[in-house]
Design a binder for this molecule. Structure first.
Ligand code: PLP
Length: 472
């Protein structure tokens, strides 16, 4: 494709995306296809001869779109949002256009240095402590996901807890990490990948009402392990659990970690970005004093297309020592000078995309006030929805909803009936909900946060759910 051909088709693609986003509401939110339907419409064999780009775009409409679940639809309320936005899409396009592979500073200095600036900007916006900034002992890095961030944290924590032995000898002794029943499965996966196995993952009790981790039980488990010669490597506290957005008591958990010198990782994948709003800074209480690492995903609720997960550490040495291997082909004067950051040493893969461009575009386009306005809208709409549900005697709503997620259920329905209600609503294409289970009972999850969602969408969604349940 010549630059002129690219210009022509690029305009078509940008027009296509703009048309898609401006008419997204005409699509059913959840894809209405059956398994295999998309594949059956595609040729089994690759084309021998190149095709005009118009045919690709035509197939996008004919084959791909019907198989798309529309995450940017204003009536998408399942899981957590995965916000896209104009500036993020453009930033990603620029990243693709530059085609940079920023594994080390020398392979594209601007890729590294812009990343350093945006992770420090975001640390400032979130009110994270100075020790997480690049000019201190710590610093931030953009990962693909909170799962990768958790794995990096676990590997660094094991490195520190073993005095560097794990990197050299592998897992020789017994190590443990501590999570709760509400912690994301990414932590157990990280433990497995790191080699401590499911046997090394301790599940700390939660308060049955709030679902927050119990620091007293954490202490009991930690001390029992120490007595048996098991080395506690990492505790994960969550700010905004996946199921119900519970906020673990980071300060009290941190005190236990500090007493025993255990690494505290804070997983704030979804909710952490809310701390950009001063009235929500309380969620980070204890992070400044106690956290060794902190992760949040702008690719969830901060208008930045997947993938963009940020990880900050208070001390970068254990990360780099755990992950850095220097083959000859990567040697270069800049790295050896010690004056530059090579983010390849802060992550699992070697190669890295220029993700900072999209986050930079987003922060510059919206400014802090625009980001706050977006987050506050989601929170307001969640309150609006909770109010509608609470006013209906046939439904009950979980009181805790500080962010954009509201959990609710028909008050007298069985789990099967609740799930059947969700399936009817989702199959209608009018909106898309997901569910969870708390204390053995199914709850529906209404996660609000798409930039296009308004109060009218939320009210209409409630009316659809109410009607699908049956009028009172
Ligand atoms: N941690 C929490 C609290 C989450 O809610 C999620 C996803 O929803 C994750 C981790 C995993 O995020 P990712 O998909 O970025 O790995």
């Amino acid at each position: 494709m010549t630059p002129e051909e690219f210009r022509r088709h690029g305009r078509q693609v940008v027009d296509w995306i703009a048309d898609y986003l401006s008419t997204i509401e005409k699509h059913p939110v959840r894809a209405q296809v059956v398994p295999g339907q998309v594949r059956a419409m595609l040729p089994v064999h690759p084309p021998e001869h190149g095709e005009p780009y118009e045919t690709v775009l035509a197939d996008l409409d004919r084959v791909i779109l019907p198989g798309i679940t529309h995450w940017q639809h204003p009536d998408f309320f399942a899981y957590f949002p995965a916000n896209a936005s104009g500036p993020a899409i453009l930033g990603d396009l620029l990243s693709a256009g530059l085609g940079v592979q920023g594994m080390v500073w020398a392979t594209s200095p601007a890729c590294t240095e812009l990343e350093t600036v945006v992770v420090d900007w975001l640390a400032e916006l979130l009110g994270l402590p100075e020790r997480f900034r690049t000019d201190s002992a710590g610093g931030g890095v953009i990962q693909d996901s909170a799962s990768s961030a958790a794995l990096v944290a676990v590997l660094a924590a094991l490195h520190r807890a073993s005095g560097g032995k794990v990197a050299a000898d592998g897992i020789a002794g017994r190590y443990a990490i501590y999570v709760s029943s509400q912690t994301h499965s990414a932590l157990e996966k990280a433990g497995r990948i790191a080699g401590i196995g499911a046997r090394g993952v301790r599940v700390v009790d939660v308060d049955p009402e709030t679902l927050e981790m119990d620091p007293g039980h954490l202490r009991t488990l930690l001390e029992a392990d120490l007595a048996e010669g098991v080395v506690p490597a990492l505790v994960c506290a969550t700010i905004g659990t996946t199921s119900t957005t519970a906020v673990d008591p980071v300060r009290r958990i941190g005190e236990v970690c500090r007493e025993h010198g255990v690494w505290l990782h804070v997983d704030a994948a979804y909710a952490g970005v809310a701390a950009i709003c001063p009235e929500l800074r309380w969620i980070n209480d204890g992070v400044a004093e106690y956290a060794d690492s902190y992760a949040t995903n702008p690719h969830k609720w901060l208008l930045t297309n997947f993938d963009c997960g940020l990880l900050w550490v208070a001390d970068r040495r254990p990360v780099i020592e755990a992950l850095s291997i220097l083959p000859e082909f990567l040697r270069n004067a800049a790295s050896e000078s010690g004056e530059v950051i090579d983010y390849r040493d802060w992550q699992i893969p070697l190669g890295r995309r220029f993700r900072a461009l999209k986050l930079w575009s987003v922060i510059r386009w919206y400014g802090a006030e625009g980001l706050r306005a977006h987050l506050r809208t989601g929170i307001e709409l969640a309150r609006h929805f909770a109010g509608l549900v609470a006013a209906d005697p046939d439904f009950e709503v979980r009181e805790h909803h500080p962010f954009g997620l509201v959990c609710f259920r028909p008050a007298r329905a069985s789990d099967e009936e609740t799930l059947a209600l969700m399936e009817r609503v989702n199959a209608s294409g009018a909106l898309y909900l997901s569910h969870t289970k708390v204390n053995g009972q199914v709850l529906l999850r209404m996660a609000i946060g798409a930039p296009a969602t308004t109060a009218d969408h939320v009210t209409a969604a409630w009316h659809t759910i109410r009607a699908a349940y049956g009028e009172p």
